[in-house]
Write a protein of this length. Structure first.
Length: 446
């Protein structure tokens, strides 16, 4: 739903982080009892923290730290050990301490785009960021800054209120970047829509930048919202000579492919071929969207032809190894589905020669699984899980499928559960894993 009133003010951007450093080096702390420290929860799943916050109807304070961080240790010794802060936090907040370089902490740090330490996030009980404090704080400034955030008077909240009185795209656009820097798509999206509504002719350069930023973020999340897709379709005809339109075509084509709209994808591919430079780095990914749509439509011959064309194009326009590898993985997948093992494995050799990261190995495993070469499939899935430290949901899910295919249902269920833990928004991972053909055959035999 589009917002009806403007929201944000760029002149208050300097207040977004509410940073106040310690005024002087802290003296050596005196011994403090556990009761006088902030009651941080550590080592529990973040989903459990959210449930606790909802039950207690409290906001969440997340201290994101790194073990090597000196200011983090200073905060622990002086601010979080202060009796007044401990008492205040225990009454008002669900407090959590997250190591940004370990386990689920890495995922949380990425989710909120935490790149410096210490960063203290303040979230609502749904996990949405209210605002953050970055850097080391004395107890009194820390509590003052936190209270401003919790009472809706922080930098972001003030910007929202002030811009609600007076809005221009020029004022609002930099704030889109600030929110993007926090991965705050929830507040970024309606702001971009407002900018687009206020500047329908794209008269301000910042309007196009805001649209591109939103589309890039949504595409990275593998879903273009219906309203964003509508905006893209509206603006594409106005950007005939803008080379950046390639990003918009690519994102929209991928979204149409996810929806199974083959006709829509082909229209966009024809547009891209006709209007983009032949050396556009977006062309291989746009063609890849057509491959996916053709596969979903069951037209493997058309998918094979398009996949081959994409590999030809990527060889001329993209030196980026991952892009090169992904186009050959597309080709390998189609060839495997067509029952052409030698050609599929030849395409895999090219892909793995360009990239051997977790995502590439996960897709390689899937090709081998399609070819029913289970040992190779399992080996690549295990390597993918190992490379990602077990934190890649897709790799865990692929490992589960391989273990199931080999009849190891116990191991498959463990990996499937881990996939759901790392990607709780994926409805597929929430479904119970059914026994594969090997397990079913063994059950019938017994």
């Amino acid at each position: 739903m589009r917002i009806s009133r403007p929201i944000l003010l760029t002149t208050t951007l300097v207040a977004l982080s509410s940073v106040q450093a310690f005024s002087a080096p802290a003296p050596a702390p005196s011994a403090t009892s556990a009761a006088s420290r902030v009651p941080f929860i550590e080592g529990r799943p973040f989903a459990e923290i959210l449930r606790k916050a909802k039950t207690e109807k409290k906001p969440i304070m997340v201290d994101v730290y790194a073990v090597w961080c000196g200011p983090c240790k200073l905060m622990d010794a002086k601010t979080f050990a202060h009796p007044a802060i401990a008492d205040w936090a225990s009454k008002k907040l669900v407090s959590v301490k997250i190591d940004a370089e370990k386990g689920e902490g890495r995922k949380i740090a990425r989710r909120y785009s935490v790149g410096s330490f210490p960063t203290v996030l303040f979230l609502d009980s749904d996990g949405n960021e209210l605002d953050r404090l970055q850097g080391a704080f004395d107890p009194d400034p820390f509590r003052a800054g936190a209270e401003k955030i919790l009472s809706g008077q922080s930098g972001i909240a003030t910007a929202l209120a002030q811009l609600d009185q007076s809005f221009t795209p020029e004022q609002a656009a930099p704030l889109v970047g600030a929110l993007a820097g926090r991965n705050d798509l929830r507040r970024m999206r309606p702001l971009v829509y407002r900018i687009l509504d206020e500047d329908p002719d794209l008269g301000n350069a910042s309007t196009m930048e805001a649209l591109l930023m939103l589309v890039g973020f949504e595409d990275f999340s593998d879903r273009l919202s219906a309203e964003t897709a509508d905006y893209v379709q509206t603006y594409l005809p106005k950007l005939r000579k803008d080379p950046r339109r390639g990003l918009l075509i690519m994102a929209l084509a991928k979204e149409f492919a996810r929806r199974g709209d083959l006709k829509g994808v082909r229209v966009l591919v024809a547009d891209a071929v006709a209007t983009l430079e032949k050396q556009s780095s977006f062309l291989p990914d746009i063609l890849a969207a057509q491959v996916l749509a053709e596969r979903k439509a069951g037209d493997l011959n058309a998918a094979l032809a398009t996949a081959k064309k994409a590999t030809e194009v990527v060889a001329t326009v993209s030196p980026i190894n991952n892009s090169y590898a992904n186009r050959y993985l597309d080709l390998a997948e189609v060839l495997a589905l067509q029952g052409k093992p030698n050609e599929a494995k030849a395409a895999l050799v090219v892909a793995l020669g360009r990239s051997s990261d977790s995502a590439t190995l996960t897709r390689s495993s899937n090709v081998y699984l399609t070819l029913k070469e289970l040992d190779d499939a399992l080996q690549d899935a295990q390597r993918a899980v190992s490379l990602s430290n077990g934190e890649d949901a897709a790799a865990q899910a692929q490992l589960a499928l391989c273990l199931r295919a080999k009849g190891d249902m116990a191991g498959a269920e463990v990996a499937w559960k881990k996939a759901a833990e790392w990607d709780p928004a994926n409805a597929e991972y929430k479904k119970p894993m059914k026994p594969g053909p090997v397990a079913q055959k063994a059950a019938k035999a017994s």
